[in-house]
Design a binder for this molecule. Structure first.
Ligand code: NAI
Length: 418
């Protein structure tokens, strides 16, 4: 084993954290039990580039108990929980290459180390691992048999790779499963983004002008949770349908240049680049707080902000004060990286339970279908999505109704009308 973690001495705290998260992940636990018995992944190597959190640890345990050899690296330099990484190595025998706060060189060195086991399957959150395989031929001549992708931004990158005809193996878009984005992106990102902002700043949200840029799956969640805390939420969109949806959901929709003048807190969650830029920084009030919850740290244009700034200092952990040449100050949380992971602990485990159940079952599916799938980005099979929903309801102790034969027939007929 050749892991690279901060310190194995942290393992005890990490173990406790993993155990706590496991309590919220009964669906993954039941899949783990299934895989432990049947060992469908026996002899397989899996390289995973995911946020190294307690929830991810429970997914890694599951794959390992299913018979796979797993190597894990981080999908963001600031999202690693060092104690979890230590416990994965020490208590669960999993190779981990992840240290919170590393620079770009170490980040990519870790990805390369995770790939050194020559995986049959890759697992990504943001497509950095797959991109490296494709750009640098890190994997040589034999590409993996399949892969999975966790997030919206990763799926967009991979679809672009597939459209160029260069994708070398099939990838399942976990993000696009209903039991993933309906819940993880909306309720997970919604709650944990607000959590990250509060943990970093201890600000009172009630009465604040809270600007949410992007009203997609994540943005809807962030906006509704911020409203729940009493904030006056303003939504920014570029898509007319989404903007209309925000209006009818009861939010104020404004162009960003107008919102920039009145916002107290800004959250970008678009998956796009340079959403908050020079023209917006110039208009902001003294004391505006900027956070990003989109996948990459490109949504707030920090490079340009620096050119407008006299000095930068860390005023609280993960809160940087940019003193502008105009004398106004803006505060940037978590270096503009995913605020929910940099400043809090990421999504609650009970929502990752569904995302990672899709991951585990999709990995088994890829193994079963080895060689039979095209080099494209494919959906999570409907049976898996439905199985995850049914298992989650069961663990929540909730039963639902079933269609009668008559209803089934009615819904499938065109003859029966007025
Ligand atoms: P989505 O595609 O559902 O929504 C994105 C929205 O942003 C769209 O409505 C789009 O019209 C809008 N948008 C794009 N450019 C914009 C601009 N310049 N100004 C205003 N609005 C703009 O995507 P989703 O699922 O909400 O994901 C958003 C980002 O969050 C992605 O990068 C995704 O990978 C990431 N993500 C982060 C998570 C976290 O833990 N923080 C969890 C899940 C996803």
């Amino acid at each position: 084993m050749s892991s690279e973690v901060k310190s194995l001495k942290l393992a005890k705290a990490g173990f406790n954290k993993i155990e706590w998260a496991d309590r919220g992940m009964p669906v993954v636990a039941s899949i783990r039990e299934e895989l432990r018995k049947s060992k469908p992944l026996k002899g397989m190597n899996i390289s995973a580039c995911l946020h190294v959190t307690a929830e991810t640890a429970n997914l890694m345990r599951t794959l390992s108990e299913g018979g796979a050899k797993v190597a894990l690296c981080a999908s963001n330099p600031l999202s690693t929980q060092d104690e979890v990484a230590a416990s994965l190595v020490k208590d669960f025998g999993i190779d981990v290459y992840a240290v919170r706060g590393v620079g770009r060189d170490a980040y990519y060195r870790h990805i390369k180390k995770a790939l050194a086991i020559e995986p049959e399957i890759t697992m990504d959150d943001g497509a950095d691992l797959v991109t490296l395989i494709h750009q640098n031929g890190v994997h040589g001549e034999r590409p993996p048999m399949g892969g999975t992708e966790e997030t919206t931004t990763g799926v967009i990158r991979l679809k672009s790779l597939a459209a160029s005809g260069k994708l070398r193996y099939p990838i399942i878009a976990i993000n696009d499963a209903d039991t993933k984005h309906f819940f993880d992106n909306r309720y997970g990102t919604g709650q944990s983004t607000v959590d990250g902002i509060i943990r970093a700043t201890n600000l009172l949200l009630a009465g604040k002008n809270f600007v949410v840029c992007g009203y997609g799956w994540c943005g809807r969640g962030v906006a509704s949770r911020a409203r729940g805390m009493g904030a006056q939420v303003i939504v920014i969109e570029v898509d007319a349908v989404r903007a209309l949806e925000a209006v009818m959901d009861g939010f104020r929709v404004l162009p960003l240049k107008e919102a920039a003048k009145i916002g107290d807190i800004f959250v970008t969650v678009t998956g796009n680049t340079t959403v908050l830029g020079k023209e917006h920084f110039a208009l902001m009030k003294d004391g505006a707080v900027l956070a990003n919850s989109g996948h990459f740290d490109v949504e707030i244009d920090l490079k340009t902000l620096k050119t407008m700034t006299k000095s930068v200092r860390e005023t609280r952990p993960l809160v940087e004060e940019y003193l502008l040449k105009t004398g106004r100050r803006v505060f940037v949380l978590g270096q503009g990286r995913l605020v929910n992971l940099a400043c809090a602990e990421g999504h609650p485990s009970s929502v990752m339970d569904m995302s990672f159940a899709n991951q585990a079952l999709s990995v088994v599916y890829l193994k079963q279908k080895a060689g039979a799938l095209g080099r494209e980005v494919i959906d999570v099979p409907k049976e898996i999505d439905k199985k995850v929903a049914a298992l989650k309801l069961k663990t929540l102790g909730i039963s639902i109704d079933t269609l009668s034969d008559e209803q089934e027939k009615y819904l499938n007929s065109w003859e029966l009308g007025t």
